[in-house]
Design a protein around this ligand. Structure first.
Ligand SMILES: Cc1ncc(COP(=O)(O)O)c(C=O)c1O
Length: 372
């Protein structure tokens, strides 16, 4: 016999229950204050998030997609430039490159893992390459040592896509603070999720940071003083106020995700047909997702659905095979590791409130699938 209760993939109601009164109060306060755009909570949130990034400056933006665009434009990347990134990511990473007017160049994944392969990045460099965007996919960290070395050797900018990795550490340092710029997402299911869209950018060079801040607000520092052609990528005051309520919980939520991943690792590690995610040495991952690889993942997902267990697919298609990027001319087999990953990945329930019992239910169901 097995439990008939649903194991949810993400459970925001449970996550927010302990802070519901604070969330309600903050929302009501912003509604009463009526400073909906660039109200005081925006700068307060930015300061508080900067403290959580060991002091790196933070500019909030309307979402990570526009944050990536602001980062690229702020670093001076545009038409005629090439930017290397991974095909195993949300389409936003590539879209931002295209919207900046640059060309997306995909490099394959590392042999063991889900992040960019530095060796393939090296092979994809041309005289037009200007930047690399590694994605800390699923909250697992990319090989920043190798990528930094490549960037330094070739004079390239490094932009960390931390949409799935807020709070992670790489050799003790916060993800997002190791390259030229870092970009974060507050999409509701992210590690620091808001109550709508939102994001943030950080940059190492103060002048680049100043440009990014201007770009995110119509290219200006003060009203009507438009120095650059920018965009409207501001975070709403309401989101900022609500994120201020959530931010103090981020460390605890991430620790809970790591603890859940550890239990999954223990319970699933012995199934020979299944590959569990591997964290890089000397990193502190944040398991935005817990992604396993299985030979017939559709059948496994169906089996789990039959037991009331929700799963996800991140991602069913590598970006070079999507309609949006078909024009780049990649063929099946050009990025074989990413293609194989997209055929075999399955995201199991992962959120900070997952109980040991739920993880056991999921793991038992997975084990039963392989050994009925
Ligand atoms: C890796 C990655 N980059 C960028 C984004 C875009 O984030 P947003 O929805 O905040 O624009 C996402 C969100 O799905 C993501 O997962």
């Amino acid at each position: 016999m097995h439990s008939t209760r649903t194991v949810k993939f993400v459970d925001l109601a449970r996550l927010h229950a302990p802070i519901a009164a604070q969330v309600d109060a903050a929302a009501l306060r912003v509604l009463r204050e009526q400073r909906y755009i660039q109200g005081p909570d925006v700068r307060e949130f930015e300061k508080e998030m900067a403290a959580s990034l060991d002091g790196a400056p933070v500019c909030s933006v309307s979402c990570a997609t526009s944050g990536l665009l602001v980062a690229l434009l702020g670093l001076g990347i545009g038409p005629g430039d090439e930017v290397i990134t991974t095909p195993l990511t949300a389409i936003a990473t590539a879209e931002a490159i295209s919207l900046a007017g640059a060309k997306v160049v995909f490099a394959d994944l590392e042999p063991e893992g889900f992040c960019l392969d530095p060796e393939d990045v090296r092979r994809k460099i041309t005289p037009r390459t200007r930047a690399i965007i590694p994605v800390h996919i699923y909250g697992l960290l990319a090989d920043l040592d190798a990528l930094q070395e490549i960037a330094r050797a070739h004079g390239l900018k490094l932009i960390e896509d931390c949409a799935q990795a807020q709070g992670a550490r790489y050799r003790g340092r916060r993800a997002g603070t190791l390259g030229d710029a870092g970009v974060f997402s507050f999409f509701p299911s992210k590690n620091l999720g808001g109550f709508g869209d939102g994001g943030a950018v950080t940059a190492r060079d103060p002048e680049v940071f100043r440009r990014m801040r201007m770009l995110a607000n119509h290219g200006r520092e003060s009203k009507y003083d438009h120095e650059l052609v920018g965009l409207n990528s501001r975070l709403d005051t309401l989101q900022a106020a609500l994120l201020r309520v959530c931010l103090p919980s981020l460390e605890g939520w991430n620790a809970a995700r790591r603890a859940a991943a550890k239990v999954y690792d223990q319970l699933l590690g012995g199934i020979p047909q299944l590959q569990t995610p591997r964290a890089r040495a000397r990193t502190e991952p944040v398991y935005h997702l817990y992604v396993v690889r299985a030979p017939d993942r559709e059948a496994l997902a169906d089996h789990l659905r039959g037991r009331g267990i929700e799963t996800g697919l991140h991602y069913p298609q590598p970006l070079h095979e999507t309609g949006a990027y078909r024009h780049l001319g990649y063929r099946r087999g050009d990025l074989p590791r990413a293609e194989a990953a997209c055929r075999s990945v399955l995201s199991l329930p992962m959120h900070p409130c997952l109980t040991r019992e739920e993880i056991e239910t999921v793991s038992r169901a997975v084990a039963d699938y392989f050994q009925p």
